[in-house]
Design a protein around this ligand. Sequence first.
Ligand code: 57M
Length: 358
Amino acid sequence: MLYNLLYPLHPQFSALNVFKYITFRTFGAAITSVLLCMLIGPTFIRYMQKKQMKQVIRDDGPQSHLSKKGTPTMGGALILAGITLPTLLWADLSNQYIWIVLLLTLAYGGIGFVDDYRKVIKKNPKGLSGKAKLFWQILFSGIAAYVLYKSEGVSTELHFPFFKDLALDLGILFIPFAILVITGSSNAVNLTDGLDGLAVGPTITTSVSFLILAYCAGHSEISRYLTIPHIPGAGELAIFMATVAASCLGFLWYNTYPAQVFMGDVGSLALGGALGIVAVITKNEVLLAICGGIFVIEALSVMIQVASFKMTGKRVFKMAPIHHHFELKGWPEPKVIVRFWIISILLALVTLSTLKLR
Ligand code: 57M
């Protein structure tokens, strides 16, 4: 909004020229997001406590989790505010990608909100059924994918890191593929969100990496130099990714061990959806699987566990998702969390190194 309002005035006030730069607006958006989440946090937590919006803790998980009873949840609403308001403030609102990613993120947050609302307020432990969640996720990501497919200049090619000249044109299959990436990413982040700060850590490393990837993809000279697909307009997504990373950072202030608030599905489904749609637009779907490797490992651990139990009656892990396995092995919760963060930082470095490696 600031760009649309202030930049046109730069012929009269040359200082306003600074709003032209994505880098300047990215920093502005990030600072606004962190401050917003950190400042609203205490009021938000008090409100959730007053309204009794507290997490129900299952008693069949690791016993250390029983002490988390009464922790307020739905902190994802705070994250969504930290993404939406600064994006509206700092991004170019005439950019179609900004609207697609923002609306998809809010729609996924809406699905999570209904689930949390039923569980926490209506005291229905089942919340929104798995099938209903998947239906809405497919519908919303399908709409976003269709809009992208029909948009001029949006490529339907799938690109591969390390093999920069290799591209597979998916054609109409771009739509189901995009649905798979966005829905898969959303559910994988949701599965990861089972320890204090466990999901926000890798979300920060992934969104900072995608901030850089989006900036490079949107820049004609940098993308040509790096021989990555040039996607005009995608640079604005750096601002959106900055708000995702920064609102997670602000939220982490309260979600770090021992957590004062959980994000709930309203946060986890939205964050995963946001990463998925940005990966699709910037042609980095494969890199999302590498950068978000922690989410992939968490989701795979559940699939392996369920398949093994169904086929052999035996469990591969003490409990899935895999973070519970390490807890049950006796690792203190902060150790599991920080080690998973370390892996996600390493994966982000590998991801960014692909910009130069072929
Ligand atoms: C949500 N939700 C947390 C919180 C958070 C198929 C199966 C593997 C599904 C899986 C599942 O339900 N996953 C999705 C995981 C829950 O956190 C809430 O949910 C939100 C995210 N959606 O924001 O609102 C609990 O996680 C802990 N937590 C923290 N700190 C945080 O910052 O400590 C969350 C955030 C919270 C809190 O304890 O209550 C969750 O784990 O339920 N199911 C499971 O994860 C269950 N696994 C399981 O059944 N494994 C089986 C099979 C099916 C694979 C097996 O291994 O044999 C475990 N979850 C729990 N207890 N709670 C096991 C038992």
